[in-house]
Design a protein around this ligand. Sequence first.
Ligand SMILES: N[C@@H](CCC(=O)N[C@@H](CS)C(=O)NCC(=O)O)C(=O)O
Length: 218
Amino acid sequence: MITLYHCDGARSFRPLWMLEELGLGYELKMLPFPPRVLAKEYLAINPLGTIPLMIDGDTRMTESSGICHYLGTKYGPTPLMVGVAEPAYGAFLNWMYFSDATLTFPQTLVLRYSELEPEARRSPQVATDYAKWFHGRLRAVEAAVAAAETLCAGRFTAADIVIGYALRLAGSTGLSKDFGPNVRAYWERLQIREGYQRAIAAEQRAAVEQNVAPWVRA
Ligand SMILES: N[C@@H](CCC(=O)N[C@@H](CS)C(=O)NCC(=O)O)C(=O)O
Protein backbone atom coordinates (compact mmCIF):
# COMPACT_ATOMS: atom_id res chain seq x y z
CA MET A 1 0.00 0.00 0.00
CA ILE A 2 1.30 3.45 -0.93
CA THR A 3 1.49 5.88 2.02
CA LEU A 4 1.38 9.63 1.41
CA TYR A 5 2.09 12.21 4.10
CA HIS A 6 0.16 15.40 3.42
CA CYS A 7 -0.68 18.83 4.86
CA ASP A 8 -3.81 20.71 3.89
CA GLY A 9 -3.23 22.54 0.58
CA ALA A 10 0.48 21.68 0.39
CA ARG A 11 2.56 20.34 -2.50
CA SER A 12 1.67 16.79 -1.49
CA PHE A 13 -1.62 17.58 -3.21
CA ARG A 14 0.21 16.82 -6.49
CA PRO A 15 0.73 13.11 -5.75
CA LEU A 16 -2.70 12.95 -4.07
CA TRP A 17 -4.35 14.21 -7.27
CA MET A 18 -2.18 11.84 -9.36
CA LEU A 19 -3.20 8.87 -7.17
CA GLU A 20 -6.87 9.77 -7.67
CA GLU A 21 -6.48 10.15 -11.44
CA LEU A 22 -4.77 6.75 -11.58
CA GLY A 23 -7.39 5.14 -9.32
CA LEU A 24 -4.73 3.63 -7.05
CA GLY A 25 -5.25 2.64 -3.44
CA TYR A 26 -3.31 4.64 -0.84
CA GLU A 27 -3.19 5.65 2.78
CA LEU A 28 -3.25 9.42 3.39
CA LYS A 29 -1.60 10.61 6.57
CA MET A 30 -2.41 14.20 7.49
CA LEU A 31 -0.03 16.42 9.42
CA PRO A 32 -0.44 19.93 10.81
CA PHE A 33 1.56 22.62 8.98
CA PRO A 34 4.47 23.04 9.37
CA PRO A 35 5.19 19.48 10.57
CA ARG A 36 8.78 20.49 11.41
CA VAL A 37 7.27 22.57 14.26
CA LEU A 38 3.87 21.03 14.98
CA ALA A 39 4.57 17.31 14.43
CA LYS A 40 8.20 16.91 15.48
CA GLU A 41 7.87 13.12 15.55
CA TYR A 42 7.65 13.33 11.74
CA LEU A 43 11.36 14.27 11.62
CA ALA A 44 12.16 10.69 12.61
CA ILE A 45 10.42 9.49 9.43
CA ASN A 46 11.57 12.36 7.18
CA PRO A 47 14.57 14.30 8.53
CA LEU A 48 13.89 17.08 5.98
CA GLY A 49 10.62 17.79 7.76
CA THR A 50 8.99 18.63 4.43
CA ILE A 51 5.96 17.18 2.79
CA PRO A 52 5.23 15.25 0.72
CA LEU A 53 6.79 12.01 1.77
CA MET A 54 5.64 9.00 -0.21
CA ILE A 55 6.49 5.48 0.84
CA ASP A 56 5.92 2.60 -1.56
CA GLY A 57 7.63 -0.54 -0.30
CA ASP A 58 11.34 0.29 -0.15
CA THR A 59 10.86 3.48 -2.18
CA ARG A 60 10.76 6.80 -0.32
CA MET A 61 10.35 10.06 -2.22
CA THR A 62 10.06 13.71 -1.13
CA GLU A 63 9.71 15.62 -4.43
CA SER A 64 6.06 16.21 -5.33
CA SER A 65 6.41 16.31 -9.12
CA GLY A 66 8.94 13.46 -9.08
CA ILE A 67 6.43 11.31 -7.17
CA CYS A 68 3.82 11.98 -9.88
CA HIS A 69 6.35 10.90 -12.51
CA TYR A 70 7.17 7.77 -10.49
CA LEU A 71 3.51 6.80 -10.03
CA GLY A 72 2.73 7.26 -13.71
CA THR A 73 5.65 5.18 -14.95
CA LYS A 74 5.52 2.52 -12.23
CA TYR A 75 1.75 1.99 -12.29
CA GLY A 76 1.08 2.84 -15.94
CA PRO A 77 0.84 2.63 -18.81
CA THR A 78 -1.43 5.63 -18.58
CA PRO A 79 -2.31 8.54 -20.88
CA LEU A 80 -1.26 10.76 -17.96
CA MET A 81 2.35 10.17 -19.01
CA VAL A 82 3.95 11.24 -22.28
CA GLY A 83 6.22 8.59 -23.73
CA VAL A 84 9.71 9.09 -25.17
CA ALA A 85 8.44 8.31 -28.67
CA GLU A 86 5.84 11.10 -28.57
CA PRO A 87 6.72 14.52 -30.04
CA ALA A 88 5.64 16.23 -26.78
CA TYR A 89 8.02 14.20 -24.58
CA GLY A 90 10.48 17.08 -24.09
CA ALA A 91 7.72 19.61 -23.44
CA PHE A 92 6.16 17.22 -20.94
CA LEU A 93 9.39 16.79 -18.98
CA ASN A 94 9.97 20.53 -19.07
CA TRP A 95 6.57 21.20 -17.47
CA MET A 96 7.22 18.51 -14.86
CA TYR A 97 10.44 20.22 -13.71
CA PHE A 98 9.15 23.76 -14.28
CA SER A 99 6.21 23.09 -11.94
CA ASP A 100 8.14 23.24 -8.70
CA ALA A 101 11.54 24.75 -9.49
CA THR A 102 10.23 27.69 -11.50
CA LEU A 103 6.55 28.16 -10.67
CA THR A 104 6.16 27.13 -7.02
CA PHE A 105 9.49 28.28 -5.61
CA PRO A 106 8.80 32.05 -5.98
CA GLN A 107 5.40 31.56 -4.36
CA THR A 108 6.97 29.99 -1.29
CA LEU A 109 9.07 33.14 -0.84
CA VAL A 110 5.94 35.30 -1.12
CA LEU A 111 4.20 33.13 1.48
CA ARG A 112 7.19 33.03 3.78
CA TYR A 113 8.03 36.73 3.75
CA SER A 114 4.44 37.96 3.86
CA GLU A 115 2.90 35.48 6.32
CA LEU A 116 4.98 32.67 7.77
CA GLU A 117 7.90 34.55 9.29
CA PRO A 118 7.41 36.41 12.58
CA GLU A 119 6.39 40.05 11.98
CA ALA A 120 9.90 41.40 12.54
CA ARG A 121 11.40 39.21 9.81
CA ARG A 122 8.72 39.81 7.17
CA SER A 123 9.75 41.64 4.01
CA PRO A 124 7.23 43.33 1.73
CA GLN A 125 10.11 43.89 -0.71
CA VAL A 126 10.87 40.17 -1.04
CA ALA A 127 7.16 39.33 -1.27
CA THR A 128 6.57 41.92 -4.02
CA ASP A 129 9.68 40.94 -5.99
CA TYR A 130 8.84 37.23 -5.98
CA ALA A 131 5.17 37.86 -6.78
CA LYS A 132 6.41 39.65 -9.91
CA TRP A 133 8.78 36.80 -10.63
CA PHE A 134 5.92 34.30 -10.34
CA HIS A 135 3.75 36.25 -12.77
CA GLY A 136 6.65 36.57 -15.17
CA ARG A 137 7.17 32.78 -15.15
CA LEU A 138 3.43 32.21 -15.49
CA ARG A 139 3.58 33.78 -18.95
CA ALA A 140 4.77 30.41 -20.23
CA VAL A 141 1.51 28.81 -19.06
CA GLU A 142 -0.58 31.71 -20.38
CA ALA A 143 0.96 31.16 -23.83
CA ALA A 144 0.72 27.35 -23.75
CA VAL A 145 -3.01 27.28 -23.05
CA ALA A 146 -3.92 30.17 -25.36
CA ALA A 147 -5.08 27.78 -28.07
CA ALA A 148 -5.04 24.43 -26.28
CA GLU A 149 -7.12 22.83 -23.55
CA THR A 150 -4.08 21.36 -21.79
CA LEU A 151 -0.33 22.00 -21.61
CA CYS A 152 0.99 19.38 -23.99
CA ALA A 153 0.36 16.23 -26.02
CA GLY A 154 -3.23 17.28 -26.80
CA ARG A 155 -4.57 15.61 -23.66
CA PHE A 156 -4.67 15.93 -19.88
CA THR A 157 -1.39 14.65 -18.42
CA ALA A 158 0.60 14.65 -15.19
CA ALA A 159 2.03 17.99 -16.39
CA ASP A 160 -1.42 19.54 -15.88
CA ILE A 161 -1.55 18.07 -12.37
CA VAL A 162 1.80 19.46 -11.26
CA ILE A 163 1.25 22.88 -12.86
CA GLY A 164 -2.38 22.85 -11.67
CA TYR A 165 -1.19 22.59 -8.08
CA ALA A 166 0.92 25.73 -8.51
CA LEU A 167 -2.27 27.49 -9.64
CA ARG A 168 -4.13 26.18 -6.60
CA LEU A 169 -1.38 27.52 -4.36
CA ALA A 170 -1.66 30.91 -6.07
CA GLY A 171 -5.25 31.01 -4.79
CA SER A 172 -4.00 30.89 -1.22
CA THR A 173 -1.04 33.24 -1.72
CA GLY A 174 -3.34 35.90 -3.19
CA LEU A 175 -1.53 35.72 -6.53
CA SER A 176 -4.40 34.25 -8.56
CA LYS A 177 -6.14 37.62 -8.81
CA ASP A 178 -3.58 38.59 -11.45
CA PHE A 179 -3.94 35.45 -13.58
CA GLY A 180 -4.22 36.17 -17.29
CA PRO A 181 -7.44 35.14 -19.08
CA ASN A 182 -6.00 31.90 -20.51
CA VAL A 183 -4.59 30.71 -17.20
CA ARG A 184 -7.85 31.60 -15.46
CA ALA A 185 -9.91 29.56 -17.94
CA TYR A 186 -7.41 26.67 -17.85
CA TRP A 187 -7.50 26.56 -14.04
CA GLU A 188 -11.31 26.50 -14.11
CA ARG A 189 -11.20 23.56 -16.51
CA LEU A 190 -8.80 21.65 -14.25
CA GLN A 191 -10.96 22.14 -11.18
CA ILE A 192 -14.01 20.52 -12.72
CA ARG A 193 -12.15 17.27 -13.34
CA GLU A 194 -13.51 14.40 -11.29
CA GLY A 195 -9.99 13.38 -10.27
CA TYR A 196 -9.31 16.86 -8.88
CA GLN A 197 -12.59 16.88 -6.97
CA ARG A 198 -11.94 13.41 -5.56
CA ALA A 199 -8.52 14.57 -4.34
CA ILE A 200 -10.05 17.64 -2.64
CA ALA A 201 -12.68 15.41 -1.01
CA ALA A 202 -10.02 12.92 0.15
CA GLU A 203 -7.98 15.78 1.66
CA GLN A 204 -11.01 17.13 3.56
CA ARG A 205 -12.18 13.68 4.69
CA ALA A 206 -8.74 12.68 5.99
CA ALA A 207 -8.37 15.99 7.89
CA VAL A 208 -11.70 15.41 9.67
CA GLU A 209 -11.07 11.69 10.35
CA GLN A 210 -7.57 12.34 11.68
CA ASN A 211 -8.60 15.48 13.53
CA VAL A 212 -5.97 17.64 11.85
CA ALA A 213 -7.11 21.23 11.65
CA PRO A 214 -6.60 23.05 8.33
CA TRP A 215 -3.76 25.54 8.21
CA VAL A 216 -4.97 28.85 9.68
CA ARG A 217 -3.37 32.06 8.41
CA ALA A 218 -1.75 34.35 10.95
N1 LIG B 1 10.60 20.56 -3.90
C1 LIG B 1 9.81 19.92 -2.88
C2 LIG B 1 9.50 20.96 -1.79
C3 LIG B 1 8.86 20.35 -0.55
C4 LIG B 1 8.44 21.45 0.43
O1 LIG B 1 9.20 22.40 0.67
N2 LIG B 1 7.22 21.34 0.97
C5 LIG B 1 6.72 22.39 1.86
C6 LIG B 1 5.19 22.41 1.89
S1 LIG B 1 4.41 22.77 0.38
C7 LIG B 1 7.11 22.12 3.29
O2 LIG B 1 7.16 20.97 3.69
N3 LIG B 1 7.36 23.19 4.06
C8 LIG B 1 7.57 23.10 5.47
C9 LIG B 1 9.02 23.26 5.86
O3 LIG B 1 9.86 23.55 4.99
O4 LIG B 1 9.28 23.08 7.02
C10 LIG B 1 8.54 19.34 -3.54
O5 LIG B 1 8.23 19.67 -4.67
O6 LIG B 1 7.87 18.53 -2.92
